[in-house]
Design a protein around this ligand. Structure first.
Ligand SMILES: O=P(O)(O)O[C@@H]1C[C@H](O)[C@@H](CO)O1
Ligand SMILES: Nc1nc2[nH]cnc2c(=O)[nH]1
Length: 328
């Protein structure tokens, strides 16, 4: 495995003096000390994304309209897909592999509530060692497959004291902490075939879809478990300190996680409509305490996601049905 920028993290390796990604493409040299960094946006040029998209559309015989990214423990969202064509990440050319528990590592293409969909059962995180452009590369693949709507889901810690474990927060905005630190999936030369150099991000989260989701939650009788709020992505893999959580709360953040934001930036850059939600899997303590049970842990995150998967699946499938009906 390569731990340097030259071959972009897991899946890459050094053979002799040469740095090689998992497909064998040479992307840098270890000879001498001169390693030329690859700007993030050049990691996956348009033509490579196009090749991956062709592989999926030809292999599935479909052009999906809705893309779903399953959060930690929420892989069952993809299990709802009918007549699924399944692509293991390892078998997709130039695709990274999933390394996190709760992220199966496969792409599922089929229909859901009549709509053509593709779902990532397993996403890529910055803390796995992947640059942000690689984490969100599948969003561009979705775009070139024909996807118009991105549904991004995640497991997150609730900072807003009104949030309870098992609640769902519909994202209406985000605070991009990795962006504050100068990291973006759009870093490097811009390819206008994807989108503009300086994309605007106000109104990134589609208001109509949020309103529809609230109506659906009412019809499901879970409106008291639904909130609309602000998500923030940190680099992880560690969970936050109390001081960090206090600071995030002061900034107006309601829930914190380690994903989604760079996917949304990539989706908005190529003009997709975005719907995203966080399943609140743990309450974040914002006061100092010795209580061990106030510490976040991934087992708890997975257990809560498993418990709440039914509600999440129903919300997603009903919303997809509305989108499909509206365009039928
Ligand atoms: O992929 P998501 O954002 O749902 O996963 C969250 C963030 C970490 O990957 C993990 C921590 O428990 O859950
Ligand atoms: N950063 C972060 N990610 C999470 N994913 C699930 N819970 C949490 C949390 O408390 N913090």
């Amino acid at each position: 495995m390569c731990s340097r920028d030259c071959c972009s993290g897991p899946g890459g390796s050094h053979r002799g003096n040469t740095c090689t990604d998992k497909k064998g493409a040479k992307s840098g040299s270890l000879a001498g000390e001169k390693i030329i960094p690859t700007p993030q946006s050049l990691l996956y040029p348009y033509e490579v994304i196009e090749e991956i998209a062709d592989f999926i559309t030809k292999g599935s015989g479909m052009r999906p309209r809705i893309g779903i990214i399953c959060g930690s423990g929420l892989g069952s969202l993809a299990d709802m897909i009918q007549d699924p064509k399944i692509f293991e990440y390892e078998k997709i050319p130039n695709f990274p592999v999933s390394t996190v528990e709760g992220h199966a590592g496969r792409l599922v293409v089929g229909t859901l509530e009549g709509a053509t969909v593709m779902a990532m059962q397993g996403r890529f995180h910055f803390y796995e060692g992947y640059p942000l452009a690689k984490c969100s590369m599948p969003v561009r693949v979705m775009k070139l497959c024909g996807v118009e709507y991105l549904f991004a889901t995640n497991a997150a810690g609730g900072i807003n004291p009104r949030f309870q474990v098992g609640d769902i927060m519909l994202m209406h905005d985000h605070v991009n902490m990795l962006g504050f630190a100068g990291n973006s999936p759009l870093q490097g030369p811009n390819d206008p075939r994807f989108g503009p150099r300086f994309p605007a991000l106000v109104n990134s989260y589609n208001k109509d879809l949020i309103n529809k989701a609230i109506e659906i939650a009412k019809a499901m009788g879970i409106e008291s478990n639904i909130h609309v709020g602000v998500y923030s992505c940190l680099g992880g893999p560690n969970y936050e300190t109390i001081a960090e959580l206090k600071a995030l709360r002061m900034m107006g953040v309601d829930a914190v996680g380690m994903s989604t934001v760079h996917e949304v930036i990539t989706a908005r850059h190529c003009d997709m409509k975005v719907f995203a939600f966080s399943l609140i899997t743990n309450k974040c303590a914002t006061e100092y305490s010795d209580k061990k049970d106030e510490e976040a842990n991934h087992d708890e995150v997975m257990a809560v996601a498993k418990n709440r998967q039914k509600a999440c699946c129903e919300l997603v499938s009903r919303l997809i049905r509305e989108i499909h009906m509206a365009s039928a």
